[in-house]
Design a protein around this ligand. Structure first.
Ligand code: NAD
Length: 312
């Protein structure tokens, strides 16, 4: 979707961190922006940034897990800006670190509710509206680098982000031939407030959980050296830069939008491990022909461009 000027972006979790970075990048691209977030106070704090620049903006309080609320929010967005063209499913919560078997089931309900069901609710509520107006559009969902290769002690979080990955790859396949595209955004560390907001937005009925195990200290580096002690916050990508990458990914129709090359080796190790695990036996060509729709998805061939930061 190359021409973004004047188009409408509906962004969830847009009152903080990455969502706000995406909202600013959309504003910079001349889009009209819906800041959808469950925290009204945070929406109120960020709206002036857009208004001061005369960027069209509208805030909507929305809990992405509430389906009726979602329909109302989509109706409100359309009544303000006419149509929705771009949906960014970005709202998310973190999961306590530790082994899964020490997590409470209330944690599971809360985290799956926001990180998976919230994304499904967005797509099922808004995508039919985008397809219906016929002007084209794009859906982006924020997964994570941990949706691509997992982090020890983060099963719940990784599970939800891998679910978003599978969902968006399939959605992109299903949208082929339409004028609506789909991308999955997999950031590495980006400046945001996930720990604080995850505590703040947990609904009352999911609060009285047993405290899940605290994260074990990270394992020492494999080479036995001591982990360097320094403030690593400057290694986090600014949210506005992440937002620019998302906008560029929408323009180019990228299947995957990534942020950090440092994760490449881990992703390759995973792909290699899976390839090694296939039984070493001859291929049945009849099977391959008959089940080609299962064995090979051409959607992966559509990712032709690298993610180099070439917009400067
Ligand atoms: N920051 C990172 O390093 C990083 C890395 C990988 C993936 N992510 C993902 O990026 C997304 C944004 O993370 P962030 O770091 O910017 O966090 P953040 O806390 O700064 O922003 C998240 C926003 O989502 C909102 N939100 C939470 N639950 C909601 C709900 N039910 N309905 C509507 N809004 C809700 C919060 O109010 C908050 O404003 C998340 O999906 C997160 O999992 C973040």
């Amino acid at each position: 979707m190359e021409d973004l000027k004047g188009k409408v972006a509906f962004i969830t979790g847009a009152a903080s961190g990455i969502g706000l970075g995406i909202a600013k990048a959309c504003g910079r691209a001349g889009m009209k922006v819906i800041i959808a977030d469950v925290r009204q106070n945070a929406i109120d704090e960020v709206l002036p940034f857009f208004k001061e620049r005369d960027w069209p903006v509208h805030g909507i309080k929305l809990d992405v897990t509430d389906r009726e609320d979602y329909v109302r929010a989509a109706d409100e967005a359309e009544s303000v800006f006419g149509k929705i063209h771009v949906l960014i499913n970005n709202a998310g919560v973190e999961a306590p670190m530790g082994p899964l078997w020490k997590s409470s089931l209330k944690d599971c309900d809360f985290i799956v509710g926001v990180n998976i069901m919230g994304v499904l609710n967005g797509i099922i509520t808004i995508l039919p509206r985008i397809l219906a107006h016929g002007e084209g559009g794009h859906i982006v969902s924020t997964s994570s680098q941990s949706g691509l290769s997992v982090v020890p002690g983060a099963s719940l979080y990784c599970m939800t982000k891998a679910a978003v990955m599978g969902l968006m790859e399939t959605l992109a396949s299903d949208l082929k031939g339409t004028n609506v595209g789909a991308s999955v955004f997999c950031p590495g560390p980006v400046m945001g407030n996930l720990s604080a907001t995850s505590k703040e937005v947990r609904p009352e009925h999911l609060r009285d959980r047993e405290e899940s195990e605290q994260a074990p200290p990270p394992p020492p580096p494999a080479d036995g050296s001591n982990r360097p002690k320094f403030d690593f916050s400057n290694l986090f990508m600014p949210a506005e830069e992440a937002g620019e990458r998302v906008v560029r990914g929408i323009r180019r129709g990228d299947l995957y939008i990534l942020t950090h090359t440092e994760f490449k080796e881990g992703v390759r190790a995973k792909a290699d491990a899976i390839l090694r695990a296939f039984p070493d036996q001859p291929i049945n060509e009849d099977f391959k022909r008959m089940f080609s729709f299962l064995t090979y998805n051409p959607i992966y061939d559509t990712q032709t461009t690298p993610g180099a930061p070439d917009w400067d």
